[in-house]
Ligand binder design. Structure first.
Ligand SMILES: Nc1ncnc2c1ncn2[C@@H]1O[C@H](COP(=O)(O)OP(=O)(O)OP(=O)(O)O)[C@@H](O)[C@H]1O
Length: 291
């Protein structure tokens, strides 16, 4: 029997050598699952906490995903926990997640040494979540609104498409609330378009639990961030509930259908929606009465 000599002078038979190379591959896979399983193709975007890559699955033909790489923190755990519970055509689909010791970075993908990776590199114990999600278009509802604002407001296509997009978002928010979650950061930038053309709510980084069963109870919450311009007045306080999402939806609906050019127009709309606090519901009659 031929005996192989390993670099560290242990002796391996061919069978042992095969077993050890398989173990090594498994080890490499566990350490670098992202690059073992996927070919990272493109940096799709970066947020305050992470980066999102377009990645091709190595073993599947023409199957692409969005993989978000974020530091392991409570916020990202909350995001994954919620996403894993949700399955809806208008919510960015989550597949799975895993943890690695380092955050992927590739200068060839315009992925410079900026942001959270370099900031955290001094912390050798930092771990990273890799969240495998449905790949969407990089153009969000924000882009859609900016494009439509360049066109005439009389454009009937804006209304037609706008109503369809609104219905899809409302359906997703209803579903999120039915699962007793509050998104808390609804805004056009967080509404993506799937490759199937459907509107999809993403970025569940601020998601929280709604109250347990009592629709009228207001939960005591840590006063958390969100996006100021879409935030319901009560969200700046400690007690609020899912209606904060309906408030943001109301503003988004206005922006989808109308060009809010000035701060004054925006303030008027915000005031109108605030005055409807008690009516904030998904019901069509309220949505129609906005106009
Ligand atoms: N599933 C996806 N498919 C395609 N692009 C995506 C997907 N998810 C995110 N992106 C892109 O990556 C960018 C960064 O997303 P990410 O959720 O990390 O940041 P963010 O929305 O700015 O949130 P944060 O509030 O955490 O900073 C988004 O703006 C979007 O353009």
């Amino acid at each position: 029997m031929q005996i192989l000599k390993s670099p560290n002078s242990c002796l391996f038979s061919p069978r042992e050598s095969l077993a050890s190379s398989q173990t090594l591959n498994l080890f490499k896979y566990l350490i670098n699952r992202f690059t073992s399983e996927f070919d990272p193709m493109e940096l799709l975007g970066r947020g305050a906490f992470g980066r999102v890559y377009k990645a091709k699955h190595k073993m599947l033909n023409n199957v692409y995903y969005a993989v978000k790489v974020v530091r392991c923190e409570e916020k990202s755990l909350r995001e994954m926990g919620t996403l894993s519970e949700l399955l809806h055509p208008n919510i960015v689909r989550y597949y799975t997640f895993w943890v690695e010791d380092s955050g992927y970075r590739n200068p060839e993908l315009a992925d410079g040494a900026l942001s959270f990776f370099s900031r955290t590199s001094s912390n050798s114990s930092a771990k990273y979540f890799y969240i495998q999600m449905e790949l969407c278009d990089t153009k969000t509802l924000k882009h859609w609104i900016v494009e439509k604002n360049k066109e005439s407001l009389q454009d009937s296509k804006r209304r037609e498409e706008g109503h369809s997009i609104t219905e899809q978002i409302v359906s997703a928010v209803e579903y999120i609330h039915s699962k007793r979650h509050v998104h808390r950061d609804l805004k056009p930038e967080n509404i993506l378009f799937g490759l199937d053309g459907k509107a999809k709510i993403g970025d569940f980084g601020l998601v929280t639990q709604d109250d347990d069963g009592d629709d009228n109870a207001l939960m005591e919450r840590s006063r958390e961030r969100g996006t100021h311009s879409y935030m319901a007045p009560e969200q700046r306080e400690k007690k609020y509930d899912r209606k904060v999402d309906i408030f943001a939806l109301g503003l988004i609906y206005f922006e989808i259908l109308w060009k809010l050019s000035t701060g004054h127009e925006r303030a008027e709309v915000t005031e109108l929606i605030s005055s409807l606090t008690d009516l904030r519901t998904y019901k069509c009659d309220v949505r129609i009465s906005f106009f």
